[in-house]
Write a protein that binds this ligand. Sequence first.
Ligand code: ADP
Length: 165
Amino acid sequence: MKIFVGDITTLKCDAIVNAANQSLLGGGGVDGAIHRAAGPKLVEECRTLHGCQTGDAKITLGYNLPAKHVIHTVGPVYSGDNTDPIKLASCYTRSLEVAKENDLHSIAFSAISTGVYGYPIKAATIVAVKAVRSWLEANPDYEIDVIFCCFSQNAANVYQEVLNS
Ligand code: ADP
């Protein structure tokens, strides 16, 4: 697991993971940035997917992005109850499963739910790292590079701290 600080739309990997909403038809934050960089064909393909449940993940091509694919996952809107970490962990696990089903070997995650959806960064990072670590341990024969894409140095510092602990 590695940390990258910057814009996820610049990453050339097999898949980048979008923090989408249930409609999959675009939004603000990282979702808006991915749709702008991918071009209008992305939303066309997304329309054929008929949305996505919270905690699930669906794949499209990356179109004009350097990444080959986009995996769209829908994080929970932070509520403070004990279903939040379960739903957020599912976003990471389902995204990795979709990557494996499609024989993808490098994946970059945005910090799902930590923007408009309000999940506190430290708590979200603990869930993200634990979910990815557990999935990698459960799939020891599958090689995949996992990158946590942090939009700020502050977020990267939190990831570094959690990865080291
Ligand atoms: P959510 O609705 O799931 O909270 P947001 O897009 O609002 O999704 O925020 C998720 C995270 O993505 C935030 O930590 C935000 O700082 C980050 N982010 C926003 N734009 C980008 C980008 N271009 N590349 C990488 N991360 C980004």
